[in-house]
Design a protein around this ligand. Structure first.
Ligand code: KIV
Ligand code: NA
Length: 266
């Protein structure tokens, strides 16, 4: 009963087997996904928007990521748990990145870390991998740069941008990353990058031609309010289900029908 490892994921690419990844931010939800057989769970810094109430991932801290990652590890048995390095925790130097990656491994027990950036993060990825930290890279749209990008635009459109994306993907593979997230990339380009790489690509808004897919769990389960991005498919309406349960409970308390005898002690 061991956890999924980087070798399992490399073997899956060899066999042409596709796999699904979901985010998780707490032990109960992570346990549900683990029992459902999701092989890789990402404690994404999307926790900023989806669990902590921030407007972007930018404010998320190492303390927050450590607490959430530890909860996800405790709530799971089989999944590989990947901890996201938040904005500002790895860009200063490879040494800073190693210190914070080691913290997520030692204090939270994650099996790998993820960080954003292609060529710009290659030196950092190299040091982490040499030091024994499995690294999932993340290229294309990198949400921690939301203020520099002026939003969340699709990446890799046009010849020059496509070449830049290909260079970024190759740079993280050469640096030793065991997988790479491709976010908000035209499907055809993502499929081409996937064919060119030996490591698995994990698409989000990147079409069906990647080796694996990832979705933010609160998007996938219909838990987030407001606008749903084009690449998100809602597999459930949890917001509706939970809201209805809360309204019925409150109605029954107000009406004096809960608690009834069946839910009271004699
Ligand atoms: O933080 C996150 O959830 C992510 C995935 C969307 C890849 O980085
Ligand atoms: Na992230």
């Amino acid at each position: 009963n061991r956890r999924v490892t980087v070798r399992d994921l490399a073997a899956a690419k060899q066999r042409g087997e596709r796999w699904a990844m979901l985010t998780a931010y707490d032990s109960l939800t992570a346990g549900v996904f683990d029992e459902a057989g999701i092989p890789v769970l990402l404690v994404g810094d999307s926790a900023g928007n989806c669990a902590l109430g921030y407007e972007s991932t930018v404010p998320v801290t190492m303390d927050e990521m450590t607490i959430l990652s530890a909860a996800v590890v405790r709530g799971t048995k089989r999944a590989m748990v990947v901890g996201d390095l938040p904005f500002g925790s790895y860009q200063e130097s490879p040494a800073q990145a190693l210190r914070n990656a080691a913290r997520l491994m030692k204090e939270a027990g994650v099996g790998a870390v993820k960080l954003e950036g292609g060529e710009r993060s290659a030196r950092t990825i190299e040091l982490l991998v040499e030091s024994g930290v499995p690294v999932m890279a993340h290229v294309g749209l990198t949400p921690q740069s939301v203020h520099a990008l002026g939003g969340y635009p699709v990446q890799g459109r046009g010849e020059e941008a496509a070449h830049r994306l290909q260079r970024d993907a190759k740079a993280v593979q050469e640096a030793g990353a065991f997988a790479v997230v491709l976010e908000a990339v035209p499907a055809e380009l993502a499929a081409q990058v996937t064919a060119e790489l030996a490591i698995p690509t994990v698409g989000i808004g990147a079409g069906v031609g990647c080796d694996a897919q990832v979705l933010v769990w609160t998007d996938m389960a219909g838990m987030n309010p407001g606008h749903t991005p084009k690449f998100v498919k809602q597999y459930a309406d949890l917001r509706g289900v939970l809201g209805a349960a809360a309204r019925q409970y409150a109605d029954e308390v107000r009406g004096g029908t809960f608690p009834d005898q069946a839910h009271s002690f004699k």
